[in-house]
Write a protein that binds this ligand. Structure first.
Ligand code: C2E
Ligand code: MG
Ligand code: MG
Length: 629
């Protein structure tokens, strides 16, 4: 197709020029997307490149709604895990390069996407994996088209070329490292994925005839990215070599150790009698990894997460790999440094999570979210000083799902961005209404919202907040933002400067769940925060354990020395409240004071007046009397 060829040359020239100029990945992706859009008229293009372990916002056509973007990202993630594509393959004879999914498809795996793009007015989706010939899967190129059609042969080369350029740009950016040459990894000399899968297939075939089971263990390092980023590629490679050597030493000669990618390894075990056999091998590996590694004159400690799967009579190589990867994902999400054995229960848990993941995509448009508000009071006077907005999801099948369960999923899929936007808008709107209705409220009453790590890394955060507050006419000084201590660990200067920008606008910043993270005092002093919220676990143990009082007192004095406010969270009894107050904590929140309230509940509360009073406040002048008794 002559015009296709001409366009392909234009695409090539434009993108090559950007590559030669050493343009950042984002620009190259923009260029590729733009060229595709101009060639495929009426289309919208989304590129998702996966940087293992780190954040990459997809480069997306502004015409694509959040819903479509999220649905495509989720599909991409699921497909990379499952390795199979629902839809009609297309490409030159015998060598498919992608799949075509049309909006009349009924495949359950592609249903959310089909619905989302259908609603956005598209009739087809072309999904083309971006695969690096050496390093494997890198991401996805998605094109949404207004017509229901497959690519024509003239367009195959255009799409292939686009994905090649994306690979090149990703390599240039260091996302894809040149590693495995052929079947063996050039750095460690270990077998790569292909060889591992072949050996696994052969082992399974052998074991159908013999006694015993085949086991697969996959492991990856919990904080390898930090080492890689802070010490550089050479040091990262040295660490990988050391761990590969240690792992090899802890295995038997006939076990296969392979490097699947970057910092992910796999082990093939044969002749296992039971689960415990594989666990013992895992524990041995954990032990041998649990020694410092010296690299560029520094000592680093690494922990890894492990996923274990054992064969059944019918297991295929693909099943076992998937099960071990599922178990690994579970171990990783439980905080790392642990192992998990694949089981039916784990499988169900993962399926439940996947179901929630899909349902979460539609939860906003289906109005399944609402907010509750929990007051924070001044302990001395009972004056309400804050209303913390807490998100609730009413799931049609499972009822009320706790934010502790769905926020991590929303974080992972990126859905937290539109959900967070909704939360702020809704909370700010309600706050505006309350302020208008009850002018007697304290002039410093604030609305508090929680932000998760992903939201902090989102580049549009500050703008979103500014726009929303302006739209509902709520001054920034009425807003307080809560972030957890752990979300600041390993963050770069961008996040810190984003927090500074919020503060410069007059928004107050609080460290939530304080005491559960790892901040040192020195670190704390450098953070742009105004307030500490002492985690409820300390308050819970207060009275049972002497040390807790000392810890709280220390937190209070540190906060005072740094000029920060302190709020005690999770106060459930009068005794805890009095004790906290005696320890110098001035503000508090918890079921004893008020549970999270629905909107009408808050209105009724504010109608009664600006304070919540408790019995002891009338009884005691000096709370230390009660402590002494
Ligand atoms: P958090 O910000 O620390 O919120 C306090 C949590 O403690 C709330 O749980 C609240 O209901 C609960 N709580 C309050 N007083 C007591 C008490 O006296 N005893 C006990 N046992 N619990 C108490 P909830 O609403 O389930 O929220 C859990 C977490 O989910 C929140 O912890 C926050 O980190 C997160 N979250 C909630 N809403 C949002 C949101 O809109 N966005 C984001 N990013 N995270 C949210
Ligand atoms: Mg909070
Ligand atoms: Mg908290």
């Amino acid at each position: 197709m002559a015009s296709g060829d001409r366009c392909s040359v234009e695409v090539a020239n434009g993108v090559l020029e950007r590559l030669v100029q050493g343009a950042p990945l984002h620009d190259v992706v923009e260029e590729v997307s733009e060229c595709l859009r101009s060639v495929l008229s009426g289309s919208a293009v989304l590129v998702v490149l996966e940087r293992p372990g780190s954040e990459s916002e997809p480069v997306s056509d502004p015409r694509l709604s959040d819903e479509v973007t999220l649905a495509l990202r989720t599909l991409g993630k699921r497909l990379s895990n499952a390795g199979s594509l629902p839809g009609t393959p297309f490409g030159p004879q015998g060598a498919p390069i992608g799949v075509w999914i049309d909006t009349t498809s009924h495949d359950p795996a592609s249903q959310p996407v089909v619905e989302a793009i259908g609603r956005a007015g598209f009739r087809s989706l072309w999904a083309v994996p971006v695969r690096d010939p050496l390093a494997g899967h890198v991401g996805w190129l998605f094109a949404c088209l207004a017509e229901a059609r497959q690519p024509e042969p003239g367009e195959f080369s255009l799409l292939t070329m686009a994905t090649r350029f994306l690979c090149l740009a990703a390599r240039q950016e260091g996302i894809v490292q040149q590693q495995a040459s052929g079947d063996y990894d050039s750095l460690t000399g270990l077998p790569g994925r292909e060889v591992f899968l072949k050996r696994l297939g052969a082992a399974l075939a052998r074991h159908q005839r013999r006694q015993g089971r085949v086991g697969v263990i996959v492991l990856d390092f919990d904080r390898f990215r930090v080492i890689h980023n802070s010490l550089g590629v050479a040091a990262g490679n040295q660490v990988l070599l050391t761990v590969a050597r240690r792992l090899r030493q802890s295995l038997r000669w006939n076990d296969t150790l392979a490097r699947l990618e970057r910092d992910e390894f796999a082990i093939l075990l044969e002749g296992l009698q039971c689960e415990q056999d594989a666990i013992e091998v895992t524990e041995r590996m954990m032990q041998c990894l649990h020694r410092p590694i010296t690299v560029t004159n520094r000592e680093v400690m690494l922990t890894a997460s492990f996923g274990i799967a054992l064969s059944t009579e019918r297991s295929t190589a693909a099943d076992l790999m998937r099960e071990a990867e599922f178990a690994l994902a579970d171990a990783r999400s439980s905080g790392g440094g642990q192992y998990r054995v694949f089981s039916q229960a784990l499988d169900q848990g993962i399926r439940w999570r996947m179901e929630l993941e899909i349902d979460l995509l539609h939860a906003l448009e289906r109005n399944q979210f609402h907010l509750k508000f929990q007051p924070v009071i001044e302990l001395d006077t009972g004056r309400i000083v804050e209303l913390e907005a807490l998100l609730r999801w009413e799931h049609p099948k499972y009822g009320s799902v706790s934010p502790s369960e769905f926020i991590p999923i929303a974080e992972e899929t990126g859905a937290i961005i539109p959900i967070g936007r909704w939360t702020l808008r809704e909370a700010a709107r309600l706050m505006r209404e309350w302020l208008n209705r009850f002018p007697h409220l304290s002039p410093d009453l604030k609305l508090s919202i929680n932000l998760s790590p992903r939201q902090l890394r989102y580049s549009g955060l500050v703008q979103d907040i500014v726009t929303t507050l302006a739209e509902v006419d709520l001054p920034p000084s009425r807003l307080k933002v809560e972030i957890t201590e752990t979300s600041l660990v390993d963050t770069g200067d961008t996040v810190l400067s984003r927090l500074e920008q919020l503060r410069a606008l007059g928004i107050e910043l609080a460290l939530d769940d304080f005491g559960t993270g790892y901040s040192s005092l020195g670190y704390l002093a450098g953070l742009p925060v105004d307030c500490l919220k002492i985690d409820r676990t300390f308050i819970e143990r207060l009275g049972r354990d002497q040390a807790q009082a000392a810890i709280i007192q220390t937190i209070v004095s540190v906060a005072r020395a740094l000029g920060l406010g302190v709020v005690g969270e999770g106060i459930e009894t009068e005794k805890q409240l009095v004790h906290l107050r005696a320890l110098g904590c001035t503000r508090g929140q918890g079921y004893y004071i008020a549970r999270p309230l629905c909107v009408d509940g808050v209105t009724a509360l504010l109608e009664r007046g600006p304070t919540i009073l408790h019995p002891f406040q009338n009884r005691l002048e000096d709370p230390s009397e009660l402590l002494a008794s």
